[in-house]
Design a protein around this ligand. Structure first.
Ligand code: AVI
Length: 360
């Protein structure tokens, strides 16, 4: 029996409760006989995220609606608690995860032409800045007059910015805490002229194409005639290369994906047992996207204050899409979003592209 092989202790006597099948470990079976609660307690086992944050009533509602939908789904933002951010950083160092190093190689090789295209003295607006490392490497060639770092966590940014400001006193710097999934609305204090949005890493691929176009139109609407966008995008390539990047042999992407459940336990008070779930990440060439899911190894019931959901063995929760584009299609999307001219640079294998899109 598959469940019996999946983990020691899962020799699973089956029984029915309210008509639903339940799998019990032997230990749980004895516990139930002794009328001790059978459910493992996530907080006692130390699975609860330590950086739990309060979520709003509407975020909670959206999260529960996704978990209880016929095809369950959660937002990929739940990857990024503190541990998740470290796991993502580890992903970018994996041999299989080509996007980060391919993009860096494009910048290193073509930085002269890129700087010529963007010009100097702009207000560089770094979307999803994180530790600000990528933008920092552009300070020399692009010589921005101002640097605005945008990320969901302003606290995290402030640390990075105060270090950077010390090293580059000639650039005025601002940290902006903003959830970009709702669009990017810049405060009036950010100069309107010469805005250069910087959106690297193919984060645009984590939006659906419709959302991506809307997001890009939103950026365009915040540029004057002299504004522009410097953006990295992952390109369609052989399925085996993409599959390996999202299902690496060390299992770091698996940990990154499963950590979303741990994060949800922390913010929702749910009791996902991570040992019951496995990682699933693959490229679907028909939809031109990587899909990431977590899949149950066995039938489980997940509960949270005020609700619960039964998952059949093999049922999945969709956690992320990562779209891959053909350069021509992406270029057309930029133009539909209102950018008139697009210049692009790729690596020799045409795996990744950096585009500079301008309004004029
Ligand atoms: C952040 N984003 C661009 C990454 C990607 O490749 O879509 C997130 C990621 N998911 C799995 N591995 C990396």
């Amino acid at each position: 029996m598959m469940q019996a092989k999946s983990r020691e202790g899962r020799t699973a006597p089956l029984h029915k409760k309210n008509g639903a099948r339940k799998y019990l470990t032997l230990a749980n079976h004895h516990a139930e006989q002794a009328r001790i609660p059978t459910r493992r307690r996530t907080d006692e086992s130390g699975w609860r995220a330590t950086d739990a944050r309060e979520i709003s009533a509407s975020e909670r509602e959206t999260l529960i609606a996704g978990l209880t939908a016929p095809s369950a789904r959660i937002s990929s933002k739940y990857f990024y608690d503190s541990l998740g951010s470290h796991l993502f950083d580890a992903i970018t160092h994996l041999p299989e995860y080509y996007p980060t190093r391919t993009e860096a190689a494009i910048f290193a090789r073509h930085i002269g032409e890129i700087a010529q295209s963007t010009g100097t003295g702009s207000t560089l607006i770094d979307l999803g800045a994180g530790n600000c490392e990528k933008a920092r490497s552009l300070f020399g060639p692009l010589r921005p007059a101002q640097y605005v770092a945008v990320d969901i966590s302003a606290d995290y940014l402030r640390g990075a910015i105060s270090y950077l400001q010390h090293r580059h006193p000639e650039i005025a710097m601002t940290a902006l805490g903003l959830d970009m999934s709702a669009g990017v609305a810049l405060p009036a204090a950010v100069p309107a002229a010469r805005r250069l949005f910087f959106f690297p890493g193919s984060s645009i691929g984590n939006f659906t194409p419709e959302e991506a176009e809307l997001f890009l139109s939103g950026l365009r609407s915040q540029c004057h005639e002299d504004g522009g966008l410097l953006i990295g995008v992952d390109l369609v390539k052989d399925k085996s290369v993409i599959d390996a990047a999202y299902d690496d042999t060390l299992g770091v992407t698996a940990a990154f994906n499963l950590n979303a459940l741990r994060h949800i336990n922390a913010v929702l008070g749910s009791d996902f047992d991570l040992r019951d779930w496995r990682h699933c990440g693959f490229f679907d060439p028909g939809l031109s996207r990587v899909e990431m899911h977590v899949e149950t190894r066995l039938e489980v019931e997940v509960t949270w204050p005020g609700g619960s959901r039964q998952f059949e063995a093999g049922e999945r929760i969709h956690t992320e899409n990562s779209y891959k584009y053909r350069l021509e299609d992406f270029s057309m999307m930029l133009q539909r979003a209102g950018f008139r001219s697009v210049r692009s640079w790729t690596d020799q294998r045409n795996w990744f592209a950096v585009c500079h899109a301008t309004v004029r």
